[in-house]
Write a protein that binds this ligand. Structure first.
Ligand code: FES
Length: 120
C-alpha cells in the first residue's frame, strides 16, 4: 500500500524518506518532487546550479552535469493545488519528515559555469 502525505509548499520544499531525500524542483509552471541524488556519487542536486542553457544541473560535489530531463524522471507522483501538494511516497516503511532546505537548483542559471563532465 502506498503512503500519501500532504505538503504545504509555502513552508516546505524537501521530503526525507528514511535516508532518501527529495526536493521540489520548479520547471516552468510545474513543481516536481525529485530525488536529491547525483548519479555520480550521490551528491545533493538541490545545491546544484543550472547551466546557462537551463537544461542541466551542475553537481556541487564533482561538477557532473546532470540533465534536468533525467532528474525529472526520478520524481514522485505529486498533485498540486495552490500551495498544497499531495504526494505518493514509496512504501518503504521508513520514517518520513517534511522540511525546508535551501534549494539552489531553482535559481536562475549560473552564467560563470564551465562545461565539463556530463551525465544524462
Ligand atoms: S556526486 Fe555529483 S559529481 Fe560527484
Amino acid at each position: 500500500m502506498a503512503r500519501v502525505i500532504v505538503m504545504d509548499l509555502s513552508r516546505h520544499n524537501t521530503v526525507m524518506v528514511g535516508h532518501d531525500r527529495y526536493f521540489v524542483l520548479h520547471e516552468g509552471e510545474r513543481s516536481l518532487l525529485v530525488r536529491d541524488h547525483c548519479p555520480h556519487r550521490g551528491g545533493p542536486l538541490s545545491l546544484a546550479r543550472r547551466t546557462p542553457d537551463g537544461r542541466r544541473l551542475s553537481c556541487p560535489w564533482h561538477g557532473t552535469k546532470v540533465g534536468v530531463s533525467a532528474v525529472k524522471r526520478s520524481c514522485l507522483p505529486m498533485v498540486r493545488s495552490g500551495d498544497e501538494a499531495v504526494v505518493v511516497l514509496p512504501d518503504t516503511g521508513d520514517p518520513v519528515s517534511v522540511i525546508h532546505k535551501e534549494i539552489l537548483a531553482n535559481l536562475p542559471p549560473d552564467p560563470t559555469h564551465d562545461e565539463g563532465a556530463e551525465s544524462r
